[in-house]
Each structure stands twice: as C-alpha cells, then as structure tokens.
Write a protein that binds this ligand. Structure first.
Ligand SMILES: [Zn+2]
Length: 688
C-alpha cells in the first residue's frame, strides 16, 4: 500500500488540508465503543505518515451521536462536503469511509465532488482516488454494501425485537404502579400507597364515568398521584404530584393496567422538516397484544368498557353533553334524546299567559345548518307522566338504589381514609429516616449536621401537616356521612312519594332524583308522543301521551261556539249574541266570557257573513232605498217604524234597520193618527 499511496498523494494534495471525519451514530456508541473512536483518531498518524503536517489535519467530530442515515441533522458532514467542494481538502479520511454516509445518494455525491476537486479518500484498507474509475467503482460498491448492511442490521434488530415482543419477553417501560420483579416479570408495585391510589383512581372513574370528574375528585380530596422517574438514571425515584387530566386519560388508555402485554401502540412518523412524531395506533393494528400477561389493576373487560366510555364522552362532548341539573322547571333537562335523529334535545321555556312552560327541542342541526328544527315537544305533560311513572314503579327500586348509593359512599370514604393515613405514615417514615441520618453524622461535622438537622425539622413539619390534613378531612367526611347524608338517603328510600310531592322539594331536587334513577328519555313527537324511559340499570318503559295543544290551538275558539255564533247571526246583532252566549255559559278559546269585540273577531276570523250582509241577501232595503222607491222621505219611514206601522230589521247595535221592499205601507199622513195606539212597538220585535 505504501508505494501505491505515495504515488497517489501529490504535492497538490499536500498543499491542501487533510480532513478526518469521526462519527459514532448513537450516544451510547460514543460512550461504549471508545475503541473505535480511538482508531478513528489514530488515522491522524496515517495522514502525517503520508506527508501532512499534524496541524493541517482538520478533525470533524461534531457529528458524534448522530445517525448516518440522513444528512439533514449532520452539520459536520455538510461542512465536509462544503469544504471538499471548495477545494480545501486534499484528502478525506474515515475509519470505513463508506460509513461517512449511510445513504447511497449522499455518498455518491461526495464521490463526485471528490473526483471533481481531485480529493483523495483514505480508510483503514487503503487510499483511493475517486477520479480513477477503478477506485470509484470500489468506493461505490463499498457505499452500496454499507447501505445494505445498515438495512439488514436494522431489519434483523427489528425482527429480533418483534420476536421477543411476540413472546411478551421484550422488556418495555412500565407505567407507575407496575414494576419488574427480580425475574423480570411485571408485578404490582409493592408500595401499598401506590397500589391503593391506582385502585381508587380506577374505582372513581368507574363511578363517575369521566376523567374530568376523577381528576376533580382527587383534587377535592387532596390526594396525590404517584409517578416514577421514567428516563435517565433515577428510575426508582417515586414522587407524588397532583393528578392532571392528561395523566388520567393516559392512565385509562394504558392496557398494561389491565394486565395486557402490548407492543406497537404508537408509530413513528417522519416529518418533512426533519425529526419525527409519534402517533397512536388503533387497537386492531397493535402488533402484539397478549391479554392476562401479568397482574393488573382492572380486568380486560373493564379496560374495554373504559375505552368505550371515554369514546362516548368525547362524542358527547362534540355534540351536547348530558348536562348537570340546572334551575328551571323542565324535569328532564339534559336527559332527553331526540327519537328522530338521536341528538340531544335542549330545553326552551315558552312564556304562556301568566306561566312559563318548558318545551324539549331538537335544534342542533337546525342551528348548524340553518334548517327547520327537528322537533319540539311541549314538556308539561311529559314531566307529569314521568313523575307519575316514578311514583308508580319506584317504591322497591328507590330502596335498592339508595342503599347501593349509601354503600358506595361508605366504601369510597374508607378508601380515601386509608390513603390519607398512608400519606401520614409515609411522612413519618421520611422523618424517621432523616432523624437516623442526623444521628449517624459526626457531631463535629457542623456543616453536614446542620443541614441534616434542618432536613429533619422540615420532615417533622410535613408529618404534622399530613396529620392535620388527615384529621380535618376524615372528620369532615365522617360528619357528612353520618348525619346529613344518611338522613337524606333514608328519607328518599322510605318516603319517596312524600318527598316528591312535598311543596318544600325544589324542582332542582326533583331533577336530581330523576337523574339518580333515569339514564335518559327518548322522545318522539307526532299525533301521539312516545317517551321511552331508560332507567339506570337498563330497564326501558314506554309511555304514550296525547299530544299537548300548541299555544295557537289553545287560543282557538271551540268549533261548536263558532257554529252557534253563525246561527245566531241570522237573527241577532253582535250585542244580542254576546248576551245569549254568556247566558248559555259558553267561553272563548282563552276561557273568557264573550264581549262584542270577541264576537266580531271570531266573525272576521272564520269569515262569517255580517248580519247586514245576510239581510241584504234576503233583499231588504236601506232606508234611503225604500224612501226613493215609494216616494217618501227617509224621515217618514223612520217615523213609521218608530210608531210600529212597518217592521224594521236591526243590523247593528245602534239599531239601524233594513226594510222589506214591499208590503202594506201606510198612506202618507195616516201614521199620525194611529201613532198613539202603537207607541210602544219598535224594532224590538226582532228580539224574538
Ligand atoms: Zn332531532
């Protein structure tokens, strides 16, 4: 090689710098494979042997710990290519030069540039001139081999991983609450407090059905959630923090708590900008799932139920959630589902004269797409029916529900109590430890002794704090349960009907009771309203109710009244009709007595002919028409009528009359003599 090398290296090369490129792909290799790094640095000596001065050897080692698979993040390699391109390099050295770039494209580009700028390449095997075809071919082959090697290596590694994972033997990091025992098998964390915290966590989710509520409960109770150092050197470190929502959701989604071994829950996606992100993979695409692989905190069934629950929560969140009881009279607020489209129905309060009535309304689509609302159903009759249904079916059920609630409260209280006690014990243990450490130190070593004493004091303070917290909480909880809650529950169980009907019970309390017993109600409107009531526990009861009247219908005059008015108009004026209807005890649609305005309004609304029109249709004449016809003055005709000589038909309440066109008319002056006789007669005849 020596001769060969000497021939290839010329003064032109020696005028330029020698570049030594050093790389280890992972940080771990940097630490562990120091032998290789040493060999890489030793190449410097070779350059010197070939004639370069020591200070002209440029070492590029800022890519240590970077993978060779991509150039993007390797600034050292980019600098190397740049310098070679500008003709600064006489020779490029590397342990196995093909590993300069694990990517064929990058490698070939480097070769091209080296050939153009007459730069040599050197590795442990020899020295190459890329401008020579043979050398370039060899280098190209080396590069291709190297890329293939990397691929095979990766595939083999991955295959090994996968095989191990398929057998459930690949050690993956465990979430807090699970640890590997000495045989490398996952077991529950031996720390009692950690275990209890996780148990309480899952039980609380089970009860509340929401991650938010679970977090809230932990906060309210002043409980902490454990974590273990997951990365770096301090993996045994156990800490306690406030439970965060993200942590709660993460914990609920983690199948390891159900004792399942899982591999491939996430996958890595390369980003265009370089770097990568992780994406969660749906369960059916997990590469390995072994149920009951190790002990867990919940069963697999419970895990799946939790996933379902979380999904439903998310969906409900997207539409409208089953909302907590608010003020307002609608009993089923937040519980009603539309029987037509399946959406949640909201409550709208409609104001009726003197009262407000609730209506259940499905309007989400209506609002979003500006379309007609799906359906709207008046709530009053439904609420009443639900109340009746509860009273009818509830007595034995109430007892059961109340008792189970009571039991649950009791159990929950004990769990919380135990956790608080453990917090105190842990604090005591820490204090004891600090004390021992303090005792052990040489009293002459003032500095250490002082800081240890301070630590001991601090721990003692924490013990006191935990103790106080524990006492305060447990006292508060005990009192609440023993006095108030028990009384309430017993009352509910024993005397539900009294409680339900009591005027002291607010509508809000009734709503709470409904929520305790009913899961949801599906409403379907139409000529008849169907309400499917789903009780907690799954029983479904269907109610059929007549459709309540709309407000317009409520205002409508009953048809028989309209017919009566129509009939009376043939013979009577409006005022007369008012007297007659009120004497018969008939009422308007709004349940009021009749007055002239009401009659006129109905007459107009139903298109009934006026009395005037009716009389005209019969051929009766007005006073002017008659006067003209028989050649007398209108005054005369009125006098005739007033004296009862002819008959007039009153067509309004001013008693203006119409007259028959023919008949016995008095001679022009005759009326004056007969006037005294028939003084009393008038158009009152028409009252008959
Ligand atoms: Zn709907």
């Amino acid at each position: 090689m020596a001769i060969d090398s000497q021939q290839k290296v010329t003064t032109s090369h020696l005028k330029r710098d020698a570049y030594l490129y050093i790389r280890q792909s992972t940080v771990r290799q940097v630490f562990e494979n120091q032998e290789s790094t040493k060999r890489q640095y030793a190449l410097r000596q070779k350059a010197v042997a070939l004639g370069w001065e020591m200070e002209r050897v440029v070492v590029i080692d800022n890519d240590l710990g970077q993978s060779g698979a991509q150039t993007a993040d390797r600034q050292g390699f980019q600098r190397l290519v740049g310098d070679v391109g500008m003709g600064k390099a006489g020779i490029v050295m590397g342990l196995e030069v093909s590993r300069l770039a694990r990517n064929s494209t990058d490698w070939h580009r480097l070769l091209e540039i080296c050939a153009l700028t007459d730069t040599l390449i050197l590795d442990e095997d020899g020295i190459y001139d890329p401008a020579h075809f043979n050398d370039r071919l060899l280098l190209g082959l080396k590069g291709t081999m190297s890329e293939a090697e990397l691929h095979v290596l990766q595939a083999r590694l991955r295959g090994g991983f996968l095989n191990k994972a398929r057998r459930g033997e690949l050690c993956l990091p465990l979430p807090v609450g699970l640890v590997y025992n000495t045989h490398g098998i996952p077991v529950l964390d031996p720390d009692r407090q950690v275990q209890d915290s996780l148990r309480l966590f899952f039980a609380t989710f089970q009860r509340t059905g929401s991650a938010c509520a679970t977090v809230k409960y932990f906060r309210e109770q002043g409980l902490k959630f454990p974590y273990r150092g997951s990365k770096g050197f301090n993996t045994d470190y156990l800490g306690w923090i406030d439970l965060a929502h993200s942590k709660a959701v993460q914990t609920l989604h983690n199948p390891r708590y159900a004792g399942a071994y899982v591999f491939g829950r996430t996958r890595t996606i390369k980003r265009v900008s370089g770097g990568a992100s992780h994406e969660r993979v749906s369960q059916e695409k997990w590469q390995v799932l072994i149920q009951e692989a190790h002990p867990g905190y919940i069963s697999w069934q419970e895990y799946e139920r939790n996933q379902q629950r979380l999904l439903e929560n998310a969906q409900l969140h997207a539409s409208e959630r089953r909302s907590p009881p608010r003020e307002g009279s609608a009993l089923l607020q937040g519980l009603v589902i539309c029987g037509r489209c399946g959406g949640r129905m909201t409550v709208r309060y409609l104001s009726r004269k003197e009262s407000v009535v609730p209506a259940y309304i499905c309007q989400k689509e209506g609002i979003e797409r500006a379309e007609r609302i799906c359906q709207s159903i008046l709530g009053l009759s439904i609420d009443t029916a639900i109340g009746r249904l509860l009273l009818d079916t509830l007595t034995p059920m109430a007892l059961e529900v109340a008792l189970s609630v009571q039991q649950e409260l009791q159990a929950r209280q004990e769990e919380v109590d135990r956790l608080h006690r453990q917090q105190v014990e842990r604090a005591r243990f820490d204090a004891e430890l600090a004390k021992r450490r303090y005792m052990r130190v040489d009293p002459d070593n003032r500095l250490v002794a002082d800081s240890l004493e301070a630590e001991w004091n601090e721990k003692l303070r924490l013990v006191n704090q935990a103790q106080e917290e524990y006492e305060r909480k447990s006292q508060a909880n005990r009192m609440e349960l023993s006095e108030q809650q028990k009384a309430e529950i017993t009352a509910l169980a024993n005397d539900f009907p009294r409680l339900w009907n009591s005027p002291q019970t607010s509508q809000r309390e009734r709503k709470r009771m409904v929520r305790l017993l009913i899961e949801d109600v599906t409403l379907c409107g139409g000529e008849e309203i169907t309400a499917h009531v789903r009780f907690k526990g799954g029983t479904v009861t269907s109610l059929h109710l007549p459709r309540p009247k709309t407000s317009a219908e409520l205002r409508t005059t009953p048809p028989e009244v309209v017919a009566e008015i129509d009939r009376l108009l043939n013979e009577h004026t409006d005022l007369e009709i008012v007297h007659i209807l009120n004497k018969q005890g008939m009422l308007t649609g709004m349940a009021h007595k009749f007055d002239v305005i009401a009659v006129q309004r109905i007459r107009r609304a139903y298109g009934l002919k006026t009395r005037f029109e009716r009389l005209r249709e019969k051929g009766l004449l007005t006073v002017q028409e008659l006067a003209e016809k028989i050649h007398v003055s209108s005054h005369t005709i009125k006098n005739w009528k007033n004296n009862g000589l002819i008959r007039g038909y009153a067509y309004n309440d001013k008693l203006e009359c119409l007259y028959e066109p023919s008949g016995d008319f008095p001679e022009k002056w005759k009326w004056k003599y007969s006037a005294q006789k028939q003084q009393t007669a008038s158009c009152a005849e028409s009252y008959a």
